[in-house]
Ligand binder design. Structure first.
Ligand SMILES: Nc1ncnc2c1ncn2[C@@H]1O[C@H](COP(=O)(O)OP(=O)(O)OP(=O)(O)O)[C@@H](O)[C@H]1O
Ligand SMILES: [Mg+2]
Length: 241
C-alpha cells in the first residue's frame, strides 16, 4: 500500500485562471520523501492538496486522491499552526481534543518533547522562543496528533541543517510512517530521501529513487550526490571540460 496515490489530479486556486497542479499522477511509498522543484513549481500546493489543507483556499480540485493513513501538514509559516500560549498547553490541547486520557497525554508529552529537544521550553511563552524553537514546537504539535504521514513545507527556511536532520530522525523514531518534505535546499538533505519527486510548472517531472541520474535533471541529481560521485557524473556528461 502506498502512502499517497494521486491520479489525474488538477488544482486551481480560487479566482485563478490557470492550474497550479496539472495532471498529477503519483504513487508515493512509505518512507522519507523529498519534493523539490524551483520556486512556484507547485511543491506547497501539492502538500496542501494531498493533506486536504487546500480546502481552506476554496479552489477547484479534480481527479482522485487516496491516502494510506492520517496526514498532517506543518506549513512554512508554522506560527499559524501553534494555537496556545506555551508549548505544554499546545501539546495538551491537541491531545485532549483527540480524547486521550490524562495518563496517556502525560506520557506522550514527555516522549515527544524529549525526542524533539523541547523539554526545557515547555513552559516558556511561545512568543519568547526563537524561530527554530517555535518550528520544533509546531512539529511537536503535529506529532501529538499521531499522524501516519507528516508533511513539512520548507523546514530548512529558519533552521540550520543539523537541527533539521535531528528533527527528521526523531520524527521517524516516533512512528511516523511517511515524512514528506518540500524543499529546494537539496545539499542539506543529501542522503536523507528514500524517494524523490521533482516538479516543474505544476507538473510532476520525476518520481522515483533519488539517485536515478538518468531520469533527473543534472542540476538536481548532482546536489543529491556525494561530491565525488557528482564530479564523475558531471565529467561523464561532458560538463567539466
Ligand atoms: N494562495 C494562493 N492563491 C493563488 N495562487 C497561489 C496561492 N498559493 C500559490 N499560488 C500559485 O500556485 C503556483 C504554485 O505555487 P506554490 O506555492 O505551490 O509553489 P512552490 O513550489 O511551493 O514555490 P516556493 O518554492 O516559492 O515555495 C504559483 O503559480 C503560485 O503563484
Ligand atoms: Mg512553497
Amino acid at each position: 500500500m502506498a502512502s499517497i496515490v494521486m491520479e489525474g489530479v488538477y488544482y486551481r486556486y480560487r479566482g485563478q485562471a490557470g492550474w497550479a497542479l496539472e495532471d498529477v499522477n503519483l504513487r508515493l511509498p512509505w518512507g522519507r520523501i523529498l519534493v523539490t522543484g524551483s520556486t512556484g513549481s507547485g511543491k506547497t500546493t501539492l502538500l496542501r492538496v494531498a493533506s486536504g489543507a487546500a480546502r481552506v483556499y476554496g479552489g477547484e480540485v479534480r481527479g482522485r486522491i487516496s491516502l494510506g493513513g492520517r496526514p498532517v501538514l506543518v506549513p512554512q509559516n508554522f506560527d499559524a499552526f501553534i494555537l496556545m500560549p506555551t508549548p505544554r498547553m499546545e501539546l495538551v490541547y491537541v491531545m485532549e481534543n483527540l480524547g486521550l486520557d490524562p495518563g496517556e497525554i502525560d506520557a506522550r508529552l514527555h516522549t515527544i518533547s524529549r525526542a524533539l529537544g523541547i523539554e526545557g521550553l515547555l513552559d516558556r511563552r511561545i512568543a519568547s522562543l526563537s524561530a527554530g524553537e517555535r518550528q520544533r514546537v509546531a512539529i511537536a504539535s503535529a506529532l501529538a496528533t499521531s499522524p501516519d504521514i507528516l508533511m513539512l513545507d520548507e523546514p530548512l527556511a529558519y533552521v540550520d541543517p543539523q537541527s533539521i536532520s535531528r528533527v527528521l530522525d526523531a520524527v521517524t523514531m516516533l512512528g511516523v510512517k511517511a515524512v514528506i518534505v518540500a524543499e529546494h535546499r537539496l545539499h542539506s538533505l543529501r542522503g536523507w530521501p528514500s524517494h524523490l519527486v521533482y516538479m516543474e510548472e505544476g507538473r510532476i517531472r520525476y518520481t522515483g529513487p533519488p539517485r536515478d541520474v538518468e531520469g533527473l535533471p543534472l542540476s538536481i541529481a548532482i546536489q543529491l550526490m556525494d561530491p565525488g560521485d557528482a564530479a564523475r557524473v558531471a565529467e561523464a556528461r561532458g560538463c567539466l571540460g
